[in-house]
Design a protein around this ligand. Structure first.
Ligand SMILES: C[S@@+](CC[C@H](N)C(=O)[O-])C[C@H]1O[C@@H](n2cnc3c(N)ncnc32)[C@H](O)[C@@H]1O
Length: 213
């Protein structure tokens, strides 16, 4: 089975229990309203919609996409005022116009892409972000690519790509993102056993470009 089918199948089976055991609002999302006051936010790999639900209290215009039909079903019921679609992130620039979002989240979702596809997907995300728009990423730290057992459901597996911190920072810098905030997290006992990093970065705007000239 290809990595995409494996990930989709696993999350379809995991969806009913994801909320109870593995979901919750991500740490960096709790502080996002300090960096963004209004506008359109897209959550890529929105899962069961916990981050969207939290952000819905702040008056943003919310969108979500996810590969798993079952995760989308739960997220749609949970966050009624968000527009949520079943879509592979690889197609994200076909659904949304260029320079559309003020903020894009990809919290532990593009970790499920093969490493060689991550940069290309980040390039597509950059296209749909406005200048000065924020990219909020959650990534697993480590090296290489692995197929691992899912915490709590050992019979299920998914594929993950791991990055060293300097590797992910240099991909973002090369694409023209400016790092604004990083949070390092250790795995909780019930979680997948990798250290994690959550990053808020910003697509360069007119002001940043003029500073370089
Ligand atoms: C670890 S969960 C994270 C969910 C949520 N963002 C969170 O932090 O709780 C990963 C999510 O990414 C979705 N996903 C994986 N690969 C994807 C892809 N290629 N396109 C869109 N979503 C994807 C999965 O279906 C799953 O809901």
């Amino acid at each position: 089975m290809g990595t995409k089918k494996l990930v989709e199948k696993t999350y379809n089976k995991l969806a009913p229990v994801y909320d109870n055991f593995l979901g919750g609002v991500n740490e960096i999302i709790k502080i996002l309203p300090k960096y963004l006051k209004h506008g359109k936010i897209l959550d890529i790999g929105c899962g069961t919609g916990e981050d969207l639900k939290f952000l819905s209290k702040f008056g943003f215009e919310l969108y979500g996409i996810d590969l798993s039909e079952k995760m989308v079903e739960i997220a749609k019921k949970k966050v009624r005022n968000a527009k949520i679609f079943r879509l592979d992130v690889r197609e994200v620039d076909k659904l949304f116009p260029n320079d559309y979002f003020d903020c894009v989240l990809a919290m532990y979702s593009i970790v499920h892409l093969p490493k060689k596809e991550v940069k290309e997907v980040l390039r597509k995300i950059k296209k749909i972000l406005k200048k000065d728009g924020l990219l909020v990423l959650g990534m697993l730290l480590g090296e290489g690519e692995k197929t691992v057992q899912v915490p709590f459901r050992k019979e299920l597996k998914y594929f993950v790509s791991l990055f060293k911190e300097n590797e992910i920072i240099s991909i973002l810098s090369n694409l023209g993102f400016i790092i604004l905030k990083k949070i390092h997290l250790k795995p909780e006992t019930y979680e997948i056993k990798f250290d994690r990093i959550e990053i808020i970065s910003k697509k360069k705007g007119k002001y940043d470009e003029s500073l370089r000239n």
